[in-house]
Design a binder for this molecule. Structure first.
Ligand code: MEV
Length: 428
């Protein structure tokens, strides 16, 4: 192992193996570990190497299917990729009690994204705003010239909005380009358009344009999902009251809202990963939207109707695409979309809103009743048993013993495994 010098010129130009050898030289990685890194699983190394820079290997996550989902009267098998145990089981369980009356109802708006252009150094910002708005038609025309394919599909730049934003370095004139990106997530289309408009706005206003970039606060591209959960399907009205109280807690307290929304994102991001979405954009959009009134709050609401049943609603941005980006290059993302059978980005957004709502319900129901540790512990104990080498029926036997004893540890799993194997040998 040599002394690390992280200044490695032309690292990006080397092959995957060459890069990994350099890493090996500087670290304590063994040959077995390097070989493991070089297992790209279902992603062709050439594709991986073209997707991002400085690739030295691959990392696989489990790909699972959440069952029982009925959304807008239609059944779906929902692919989920996630590292956290219990999420897929929780989603499937929640979806099971959400199948009546057509299931979860979900509606996404059109795929409208916002691109921002930041203009500074203008003496009269309100006059600049006026000028930009007066030039609206020309600006839209220039924007649309950047993406004739999108325009042919009925999408493209549709409107211009201008805001004067006060900042600590003075007022800024912020132009919003409103673009219908149709079935794409839209970052590429929007960024190309706003970059093209930058110099035009500078010429027009004699100011200085700096940033030209999409906004992830996609508040014109929302999904709204709602569901009725019948009290008898979830035990009793007490459970309903518990979920309503949990919801009120998240509405009122940002500390709780962050965790409440994390539960929603467990579902949303798992589908996003499976289908190759920009999940950071979704996270950013969700949390910014949750804070849009100046105080962070929950994205969903749970109320009780006149018959004592639970009504859940969720509203959040959902900027997802079924063309372009990783969706185009990752073969598993394509398979995930095929499993879902979605034909439009709008339909995918509707599914993801529904999954977020179901995931949220699962968490609140568990939290308001037995707590989440019981379910988590079971899975955790099973994982530990598997890691210790247990197979078949021994997995559950060892997991259950460790739970009973309150000692869910690797060393205990090993001991139990040996015990069981010995007693089995003796009984043969
Ligand atoms: C854990 O991944 C998610 C929860 O914390 C969500 C919640 O608290 O609502 C269980």
């Amino acid at each position: 192992m040599s002394v690390l010098n992280s200044r490695i010129p032309k690292f990006y130009k080397k092959s995957i193996e060459e890069r990994l050898n350099i890493v090996k030289e500087y670290t304590e990685l063994s040959s077995e570990e390097c070989n493991l890194l070089l297992k790209f699983g279902n992603l062709d190394p050439k594709i991986a190497d073209a997707m991002i820079e400085n690739v030295v290997g691959g990392m696989s996550y489990p790909f699972a299917i959440a069952v029982n989902f009925k959304i807008n009267y239609k059944d779906y098998l929902v692919p989920m990729v996630i590292e956290e145990s219990s999420v897929v089981a929780a989603a499937s369980n929640a979806a099971k009690v959400m199948r009546r009356d057509g299931g979860i109802h979900s509606h996404a708006t059109d795929s409208i994204m916002i691109g921002q252009i930041q203009l500074v150094n203008v003496r009269n910002p309100f006059y600049a705003k006026h000028l930009i708005l007066e030039y609206r038609e020309e600006l839209l025309k220039i924007a649309n010239e950047q993406d004739p394919i999108l325009v042919n599909l009925g999408g493209g730049a549709k409107d211009i909005e201008v805001r004067v934003v006060d900042s600590r370095i003075g007022p800024m004139v912020v132009t919003h380009l409103i673009v219908d990106v149709k079935d794409a997530m839209g970052a590429n289309a929007v960024n190309t358009m706003v970059e093209a408009l930058g110099p035009v706005i500078e010429d027009l206003t004699r100011g200085k344009v700096y940033l030209r970039i999409i906004s992830n606060l996609a508040d014109k591209r929302l999904v709204r999902s709602y569901v009725k959960v019948y009290k008898e399907d979830i035990g009793s009205e007490e459970v309903v009251d518990g979920v309503v109280a949990a919801s009120a807690f998240a509405e009122a307290d940002p500390y709780r809202a962050a965790t409440h929304n994390k539960g929603i994102m467990n579902g949303v991001i798992a589908v996003a990963l499976a289908t190759g979405q920009d999940h950071r954009a979704l996270e950013a959009g969700a949390h910014a939207y949750a804070a849009r009134f100046g105080r962070y709050t929950s994205l969903s609401r749970w109320e009780k109707d006149g018959d004592g049943n639970l009504i859940g609603t969720l509203e959040m941005p959902m900027a997802v695409g079924i063309i372009g980006g990783a969706v185009k290059v990752h073969p598993i993302a394509k398979i995930a979309l095929k499993i879902l059978g979605v034909k439009t980005a709008k339909e995918l957004a509707e599914i993801m809103g529904a999954v977020g709502l179901a995931q949220n319900f699962a968490a609140l129901r568990a939290l308001a009743t037995e707590g989440i540790q019981k379910g988590h512990m079971k899975l955790h104990a099973r994982n530990i048993a598997i890691m210790a080498g247990a197979e078949g029926e021994l997995i559950d036997m060892i997991a259950n013993r460790m739970i009973e004893e309150g000692r869910i540890r690797f060393d205990r799993a090993k001991e139990l495994l040996e015990e069981y194997i010995k007693s089995r040998d003796l009984s043969i």
